[in-house]
Design a binder for this molecule. Structure first.
Ligand code: NDP
Length: 303
């Protein structure tokens, strides 16, 4: 039986792994993918991680994994099916087998939200994408739209402006939610056009995206835009369905836990984007990993 099992190998999970390893705890990290990183892998360039300015998302993820690996972390590539709480023993049921631990750190991150408009599902992978760094190269010298006004949408638009002939950034309001430094970079791009106060109402095309229809909320006017691709960046949903009934969630599915990462279930901790918190950044996810291990240690002393 492990002292702690960490579910998820993104920044929160790997941050927890290095703290647990250094504390001398027996641990393993379970992730369905052998490539660590979570959402960071979708980021082209990370400019807000202290000391590593300009690192690529993939590069930063590799460094995180290498660090955890060097400290002796055991990695298990398997998909979690369910989690059982038996008091002092937690059982994680996976496809390949079951794993037992005294404590768990849940760090399964979040997944992109869907826009929920006609044509989105049908054309997914045929011009509809949720990852600019993964799919941007398919649209070299072409025209694309990005939907959303947060950090991810603005980062995506900046990234795509370097590859594409023209990028439309479509936002449902007239101010962006993204951090100011990203907005400044965006506004300096000559091939990016901002489409304010507008919602995408349909994505059209037969075997590929051909155009999108828009609705301007203030003018109450419909219009069309010819694009070859559309990148959707309208927020995230936490990957917590497996933990429903095990720990308390809020109405949007985030795990209710404070900065100490303590969930409603004794011996189970929530770290990173799955936790209810005001700021979801790589650096705050890593910090959660450290705080979660601190709480694990206090718990282990008591049992
Ligand atoms: P956000 O929730 O920050 O932004 C989502 C955007 O999508 C908002 O502008 C929102 O509009 C818009 N939106 C939501 N639903 C719809 C809809 N149905 N139709 C049209 N537009 C919609 O999500 P992000 O994915 O941008 O970022 C997720 C988290 O990750 C954030 O906390 C972000 O700060 C963080 N992040 C951290 C990074 C780092 O640490 N380096 C890098 C990138 C992201 P409105 O503004 O009107 O609500």
């Amino acid at each position: 039986m492990y002292d702690v099992l960490i579910l998820g190998a993104g920044p929160a999970g790997l941050g927890a792994a290095i703290y647990a390893a250094r504390a001398g705890l027996s641990l393993a990290v379970i992730d369905q993918s052998p490539i660590s990183g979570g959402q960071v892998l979708n980021t082209y360039e990370v400019d807000n991680y202290l000391g590593l300015m300009g690192e690529t998302g993939g590069g930063l993820s590799d460094k995180f994994r290498e660090h955890a690996d060097k400290l002796g972390t055991e990695f298990i590539t398997d998909e979690v099916q369910s989690v059982e709480d038996k008091g002092d023993k937690k059982i994680v049921h996976c496809y390949e087998g079951d794993y037992e631990a005294k404590t768990l750190i849940l760090a399964t991150g979040a997944t992109h939200s869907m826009l929920g408009v006609p044509g989105e599902e049908k054309l997914s992978g045929m011009g509809v994408s949720y990852c600019a760094t993964c799919d941007g190269a398919f649209f070299r010298n072409r025209t694309v739209a990005v939907v959303g006004g947060g950090d991810v949408a603005v980062e995506d638009a900046i990234f795509l402006s370097k590859l594409c002939k023209k990028v439309y950034l479509i936002h449902r309001r007239d101010t962006l939610r993204a951090v100011k430094s990203l907005q400044e970079q965006l506004f300096a791009k000559e091939n990016v056009e901002l489409v304010w106060d507008s919602e995408v109402t349909e994505i059209c095309g037969t075997n590929a995206v051909e155009k999108i229809t828009l609705y301007h909320k203030k003018k109450q006017q419909a219009s069309e835009l010819e694009v070859n691709g559309i990148f959707i960046a309208v927020g995230i949903v936490p990957n917590t369905e497996l933990f429903r009934g095990l720990v308390e969630l809020d109405e949007r599915g985030y795990i209710k836990a404070g900065e100490d990462c303590i969930s409603s279930c004794g011996g189970i901790y929530a770290a990173g984007d799955i936790r209810l918190k005001p700021m979801r950044q790589i650096i705050t996810a890593v910090a959660d990993g450290a705080n979660a291990v601190n709480a694990v240690q206090s718990y282990l002393h008591k049992i």
